[in-house]
Design a protein around this ligand. Sequence first.
Ligand code: BV8
Ligand code: ZN
Length: 245
Amino acid sequence: MSWGPGPTIGPETRVLALTGAGVSAESGVPTFRGAGGLWRTHRAMDLATPEAFERDPALVWAFYAERRVRAAACAPNPGHLALARLEERLGDRFLLATQNVDGLHRAAGSRRLVELHGQLFSTRCSSCDRPPFEDRSAPAAPPRCDRCGGLLRPHIVWFGEQLDPDHLARVEAFLKSGGSQLVFLAAGTSGAVYPAAGLVSVARRAGAQTWLVNAEPADNTHLFEHFVEGPSGEVLPALFAQALS
Ligand code: BV8
Ligand code: ZN
């Protein structure tokens, strides 16, 4: 399949990219709602909550330990790499907001990156304010904090938990400074989870051109001016081929 020209990337163009689990699908990381999605098998909507952790920390840790093992075996795909190269090309005129926690954007070289829903390979204490730390372990039982003895937890934003206000402020400030030179591109996301799914509306109000790249129509496809249906690992390099040439 060939996809038409993507957004025109001129000397003033600013791009905000928002990615979801679909961007990591071609790397082998399961999505949540698509075919084979995690939410289908693991009732993950129930597991990714503070209540579930309170009720059964061992079950929640088993869910995240399994995801760490799977994600650790995955590598960035051409979709991640295209976004990292676009950042190289645009510098501070580019920002990547991801809902993904798998670390593949960072592994691909992205640095102007806001991880809206946390990091799978980071752990923090649920009781004291020790800073989150990198943790690639897959604990068999819920680990304890060596400072206060409290339960450690994955550094993930669960359903019902607030996103880091600094993250949202950084994304919204970038969108509001964009004006007509702003391109908002969402890729690999079903547009089901807020506040991430609401960012396209912030972009439209700021005057942005809006693009969705997704394997199938998303819940909020109607909010996008352009919808390119296809696998992000093939579409993203094609859409930005001219800008990256
Ligand atoms: C909050 C970490 C406020 C966990 C995640 C009713 C209305 C509106 C909102 C709500 C509501 N009820 C509850 C809420 C709030 C809730 C929410 O939005 N719920 C939804 C389900 C309705 N949101 C929250 O709770 C957020 N916090 O709102 O706090 C608040 C206010 C007051 C007091 C307290 C709090 C927190 C949301 C964050 C939750 N954590 N992740 C974990 O990962 O384990 S969300 C989880 O879903 C992942 O982060 C994931 O990224 C995210 C979204 O899913 P997608 O990334 O879009 O992935 P999905 O599988 O859905 O879609 C993939 C798409 O890719 C598919 O369309 C597929 O077709 C496509 N695809 C597949 N392969 C490819 C592809 N596309 C391209 N190429 C391919 N190869
Ligand atoms: Zn502690």
